[in-house]
Write a protein that binds this ligand. Structure first.
Ligand code: GAL
Length: 666
């Protein structure tokens, strides 16, 4: 089970960040009325309230918080209490300017904003733990407090610090990992350009204007993630001492990846794995990006339930043009997160701020107030969540396809010079996820070290870095009957970011029975054909199939007749496929169609294009989420009662443009 401790609300959780410190207390009463109207049952408070609790060094005041917690409790609203360490009080900046994180050129961040602290600073840690301890001791028995929210989006601003303290901490980290300086030289390949170290003291954080070795860059990312994780664990330890029964979490930013810190490796330390997800308005496939993040969230939370901690009710405010959400999207996105395994729909934030950096970020309650389309949509969603109460103990289950994802692979890919600069780590993962999403095939996006038992198909998309242990686990899965699709740019380097020699994709060469000796990246806009009619772009390789069938070869490019897609049948009944190029959408869909047929993977249901379908179950009970993301009428096969409308459907569900249905299936 993914959740340790009690879920904070009896029903599905609904609410958001609540920042009443920005408003006079008279406004709070109106907040309570409107929260009741909307059906809010959980709010995150105090995330940025350090200066409220500790207005000057060592002077603590919790009267404000007490009044707020009492009020929320009287109104039946549970509290996800933030530890306030994301926002350093100005007096602390003044007293200890050295806590500010420094960028790669050694420039400190300015005071103000948030996360203005070096993750390795013992000075900051001391002050942070002091306020956390006072706060936790103060609220320990308050009945409104249901869980802890440590800091905010750790790493969102202070992820890579190059100050002197971080430099020392990095050297200690490296020494601990490698023990000898010779081992560091070997791991990072410091012989290149004669950069070898003769002592640990020579090692610096990889900042400034020079070309650092990829192994060095990768380890700095690991170190930086570990430094922030250490901070999380220090706060968590304290919270567990003082309030052992309250679940502790922090809000992740799981999207396509690579992430700012290594969430999959952090997740086991979360009592509830929580995520903030913001879509990008101009992306026409933003709903599929949302699904990808939800599928990743399940993948790092043992199948969930996970918690959607934040998303936007309308426009964001950090894009260059912040598009409003079109009609119905608020509901579609909320339900899509639920469909993918969240047991909450939470927002940033309850009431739109009138000042501050994010004064134009949307909120559940807009500047214009209650009589607005956003607030009406919020109250409608609140009512829907009540109707959906019975799904709370269900899970997205029976998923037959796994897709592997590892931040370290993404970090490795972006370090140093690569054959093609602008490859996004998750490009191939997203393209394959999309093809499966369009076929209503649910995918678990799993860490590269996950147990693959039971999956019919495992996709290894551009897993640039892979350790021997993970590569072996994948190979074993295939040898005992599994089917694996390995794509280009996988298995290229080991955990030190060192190329695996002898032919690409080094770690999977043997498994796929093929290898390539040279990359042939394609110019932007250029397409090449394959001899079965498929089209490809961006990438090709000089592949040799030594123990595999050739499914398709390059045709009409400099690589005519060279295998492009291969398949190695395996004794256990499975197969290992290799895709050496970036197929266009239609061709990729055909390839996946063949793989699904071969492996017997079935879709969730049949649905018209643009209709998302996903299922949650518990025992004999089963719920089908259908979301029409298009402007046209859609339909899907389904039988049962729509919990949202109480309407029965006996085979076909018609979904008017942009609408949703959740069937209790028979
Ligand atoms: C999140 C953050 C919130 C708010 C929101 C909207 O990343 O946790 O505090 O800033 O984005 O921009």
């Amino acid at each position: 089970m993914a959740v340790r401790g009690a879920w904070p609300t009896a029903a599905l959780s609904f609410g958001g960040d609540y920042n009443p410190e920005q408003w006079p207390e008279q406004v709070w009463a109106e907040d309570m009325t409107l929260m009741a109207e909307a059906g809010v049952n959980l709010v995150t408070v105090g995330v940025f309230a350090w200066c409220r609790y500790e207005p000057s060094d060592g002077q603590f005041e919790f009267g404000w918080l007490d009044r707020l917690l009492d009020l929320l409790h009287e109104n039946g609203i549970r509290v996800d209490l933030g530890t306030p360490t994301a926002a350093v009080p100005m007096w602390l900046h003044r007293r200890h300017p050295e806590i500010l994180p420094q960028d790669e050129f050694g420039h400190p961040l300015a005071p103000g904003g948030r996360l203005g602290w070096c993750p390795s600073s013992p000075v900051f840690r001391r002050y942070a733990l002091r306020v956390v301890e006072k706060l936790a001791a103060h609220v320990a028995r308050h009945p409104a407090v249901a869980m802890w929210h440590v800091s905010n989006e750790l790493g969102g601003g202070n992820a890579r610090c190059h100050c002197a303290v971080s430099g020392d901490a990095f050297r200690r980290w490296v020494q601990q990992r490698y023990t000898s300086v010779e081992a560091v030289n070997e791991a990072w390949g410091m012989a290149f350009w004669g950069n070898s170290y003769s002592s640990f003291a020579e090692i610096v954080t990889p900042g400034g204007r020079t070309a650092h070795n990829p192994g060095h860059l990768l380890d700095f990312e690991r170190f930086s993630s570990d430094a922030l994780f250490d901070h999380y664990r220090a706060e968590k330890r304290l919270l567990k001492e003082l309030t052992p029964d309250l679940p502790v979490t922090t809000n992740f930013m799981v999207g396509l990846g690579p992430d700012v810190v290594d969430y999959a490796r952090w997740a086991p330390e979360m009592d509830i794995v929580a995520n903030d997800h913001y879509t990008y308005g101009p992306d026409p496939l933003r709903h599929q990006a949302l699904a990808f993040s939800g599928d990743r969230m399940r993948g790092i939370s043992d199948g969930g339930p996970w918690m959607l901690m934040e998303h936007a009710a309308g426009a964001a405010s950090w894009h260059s043009i912040n598009l409003a959400k079109p009609p119905g999207e608020l509901l579609r996105h909320g339900l899509a997160h639920l469909g993918r395994g969240s047991n909450s729909v939470m927002y940033f934030q309850w009431r739109a701020s009138k000042s501050g950096t994010e004064q134009f970020h949307s909120a559940m309650l807009p500047h214009a107030g209650r009589d607005t389309r956003i607030f009406r949509a919020i109250t409608q969603l609140g009512r829907h969540l009540t109707r959906l109460a019975e799904i709370k103990d269900t899970r997205v289950a029976g998923v037959q396809v796994a897709l592997l994802h590892d931040n370290e692979a993404g970090w490795a890919l972006r370090s140093g010079l690569k054959p093609v600069r602008e490859l996004g780590y998750a490009d191939t993962a997203r393209a394959i996820h999309r093809a499966l999403f369009d076929r209503t095939v649910t995918v678990d996006v799993l860490p590269a070290w996950a147990d693959l038992t039971g999956y019919a198909l495992v996709v290894v998309p551009g897993l640039f870095l892979v350790s021997d242990a993970n590569a072996n686990r994948i190979a074993r899965y295939a040898e005992v009957g599994g089917t694996v699709l390995v794509t280009w740019n996988s298995g290229i380097v080991d955990e030190h970011n060192t190329v695996r020699t002898g032919g690409y994709p080094g770690a999977f060469r043997q498994l796929i029975g093929a290898s390539s000796e040279e990359f042939f990246p394609l110019e932007t806009g250029r397409q090449v054909g394959l001899d079965n009619g498929w089209r490809a772009r961006r990438w090709s390789e000089l592949v040799r199939a030594h123990d595999a069938e050739v499914v398709a070869s390059y045709a009409g490019s400099g690589l005519d007749g060279v295998p492009a897609v291969t398949r190695r049948p395996l004794a256990g009944g499975g197969a290992a496929w290799y895709l050496s190029t970036d197929l266009d959408e239609g061709s990729l869909d055909e390839l996946l169609g063949r793989l699904l047929d071969d492996t017997g993977v079935t879709p969730v249901t049949t649905a018209s294009p643009g209709v998302e379908a996903v299922r949650r179950t518990a025992g004999q009970r089963s719920y089908l989420f259908l979301i029409n993301h298009t402007d046209a009428e859609g339909s899907a096969a389904g039988r049962g009662v729509d919990l949202l409308t109480a309407e029965r459907h006996d085979g076909t569900v018609v979904l008017p443009p942009g609408t949703v249905a959740v069937l209790r299936e028979e």
